[in-house]
Design a binder for this molecule. Sequence first.
Ligand code: FAQ
Length: 336
Amino acid sequence: MAPAATPTQRKDVDPVEDPAGRARFDELITADQRVEPTDWMPDAYRKTLVRQVSQHAHSEIIGMQPEGNWITRAPSLKRKAILMAKVQDEAGHGLYLYSAAQTLGVTRDRMTEDLISGKAKYSSIFNYPTPTWADMGSIGWLVDGAAICNQVPLCRASYGPYARAMVRICKEESFHQRQGFEILLHLSRGTKEQHEMAQESVNRWYAPALMMFGPPDADSPNSAQSMAWNIKRFSNDDLRQRFVDMIVPQAEVLGLTLPDPDLKWNEERGHYDYGELDWNEFSEVLKGRGPANAIRLERRRQAHEGGAWVREAAAAYAERRRAMAEKASAEKVQAA
Ligand code: FAQ
């Protein structure tokens, strides 16, 4: 990923509107083409992307915690290796996304500050606890499944670095979803206790997974503009519906029930109807009052503080290499 342009290199820093830049931006959006970091872009477009991409990056990083909890307790060496690889993938996703956000002019330090101070949002879903092994299955099947539904269209987002990062992320999420499905299938077809564990876990994760798509369209302040800019391609409700339609037949294969008495096929609409979600719960989680918000943020803060020596050592090493390179090039000039 190219390093972020410094503010003096960026064309948009002058608050004066750049009419040619604006015309070019409008042209790119109308032609459904990519906007790149060096292109002029409206400040609101840049801000929207910084908001969404950084929240997305934070979600991947915080999202490592619920599963990280189970690495030492996975039921076999094979499961442990798979889970470790998956959690590592999420770290990679966070890094691609932070890099994509950096191309918009925001620093990594700023984003980290906003996350650990509690100012920045991250996905509501990661504020739920993971008390059983079956939760690793539910996260893979439902959370990664919802992430794929939401993120495949983002591979066509108008901002180049974000769209390109999403391509690889989606490939990996698709593997994650299958490993979650396989964990649940194994449990569901196992002993009575294992089947019950799988069902109990799905009961807890179903509604929070549906809420990952964001508030209903009528209460989504950002959707219309983001869709006009080709950042979002589908509305929150459309993607939620797509997800429900996808998981109902999958739940049948799993031999598990989705905990919604209102879930039924609607012939006329050609979709499954589903029950009302608890948007109060969603709002509480977004305000930091979900079941695991405090634990997640505290853990992230501790990791950041605990990693200070690594960052200092890396900076000292980079500085030493820079000084050595400078010295070597000065010696070369002198020798010439
Ligand atoms: N959680 O106007 P809208 C993953 C906020 S990655 C928290 O509809 P927008 C991988 C929203 O920010 C999961 N906040 O907003 C993985 C806004 O607040 P703001 C993350 C939410 O942006 C798997 C306000 O509500 N994925 O799972 C949520 O147009 C397993 C109003 O909402 C992404 O970030 C929520 N669920 O649409 C990792 C995908 N929903 O910022 C580990 C990219 C809404 O104005 C293990 N993001 N809000 O203060 C998006 O597609 C969009 O940003 C939405 C929200 C759809 C999330």
